[in-house]
Design a protein around this ligand. Structure first.
Ligand code: SF4
Length: 341
């Protein structure tokens, strides 16, 4: 159950990767992977972060935990005692301790588990690092965690290659839970899995959220998946958040950004009679090295005019905590998707 208390606030976060050329490796430009993203997450909710591949959502997730160092911006995390900490300025040792409270689930369950370690070592490692348990107690905790994620205690002596994709993702989830986190950043946690297994893992994440009062930042390129798990949704385009709001409002009532409308038009409809016309976006996502002037979406937007190519819109509240970066957010009447039963 989400509360009004904000567990995470991201302010104007940027990650520019320098491009070097020549013998002296002179910096000749920057790849602006994340270019001023701002959003917040309430305690107990799931915020879905969506966008096409390459829009910067994975980099953004990693910058929060400083697995990649951000170039600029602030990330405020509220600890369980109410203390607020700015993560980008935190000393590495303090950051290591804080990573007990914020954990990550990675996309590829095949690559994210060390094949040389047993399940016991993989799941037990965070508890060892944070000095939470050792010996018999550690073993008991790992057993319990495996049962929580739907695996068996006897699985702990096995190696990752002995498991299916869905089981490996469950091991990844058990590892993420091992340090009793409050916030989990799940980066495309089901996209490498078969469709039949995706639903099981999504259900497990929802059950765990309920039982353990977890908060999720759920990153995915798949709007259907995000639709099912999110309380609120943030839509990202070329390193920026362009729409942020309640999932029901953004998906069903009315999206307010033309990019969101185009993404939603590609989701299969519940009622095949209701034909939502698929909006085909012109061209590819522009390069994050040289993004277009004005609104970054204007070369692909069917509503663009001169103002759009000259002036960049800022993320504004258009009512009811629904934030949109479009000059015409309040004038356009865009179409959402049909509500599933
Ligand atoms: Fe389209 Fe203009 Fe809105 Fe950008 S500001 S999304 S180009 S209408």
């Amino acid at each position: 159950m989400a509360t009004e208390s904000l567990i995470l606030e991201v302010q104007n976060l940027k990650k520019y990767f320098p491009m070097a050329r020549g013998f002296f490796r002179k910096t000749v430009g920057y790849v602006k992977a994340v270019d001023g993203a701002s959003f917040f997450i309430r305690e107990g909710e799931t915020l879905g972060l969506v966008g096409e591949s390459g829009c910067g959502k994975t980099t953004l997730g990693r910058c929060i935990l400083r697995l990649i160092e951000p170039t600029e911006g602030e990330v405020w995390f509220q600890r369980s005692n109410g203390e607020k900490i700015e993560l980008t300025k935190l000393h590495p040792e303090a950051l290591k301790n804080l990573r007990r409270e914020i954990r990550m689930i990675f996309q590829d369950p095949y690559a994210s588990l060390d094949p040389r370690l047993t399940v016991m070592e993989i799941v037990g490692e965070p508890m060892k690092i944070h000095g939470m348990a050792k010996g018999r107690e550690l073993e008991d905790r790992v057993k319990r965690l495996l049962e929580v994620v739907g695996l068996k205690a006897q699985h702990m002596r096995r190696y990752p290659y002995e498991f299916s994709g869905g089981q490996r993702q469950r091991i990844g989830i058990a590892r993420a839970l091992a340090s009793d986190p409050r916030l989990i950043i799940a980066d495309e946690p089901v996209s490498a899995l078969d469709v039949s297994v995706q639903a099981q893992v999504l259900n497990l994440l929802e059950e765990l959220q309920e039982e353990l009062h977890l908060t999720y930042l759920f990153i995915s390129h798949d709007l259907s998946v995000v639709q099912h798990v999110s309380d609120r949704v943030a839509v990202m385009y070329l390193g920026k958040i362009v729409e942020l709001g309640n999932a029901t409002t953004v998906y069903y009532a009315a999206p307010k950004h033309p990019y969101t409308e185009a993404l939603l038009s590609a989701i299969p409809q519940a009622d095949p009679q209701r034909k939502l016309k698929r909006i085909l976006l012109k061209g590819d996502v522009p390069s994050p090295i040289q993004s277009p002037p004005g609104c970054k979406f204007h070369p692909r937007c069917r509503y663009a005019d001169t103002l759009c190519s000259q002036e960049e819109p800022t993320l504004k509240d258009v009512g009811d905590h629904h934030y949109v970066a479009c000059h015409y957010a309040e004038q356009l009447h865009l179409e959402g998707v049909e509500l599933y039963d």
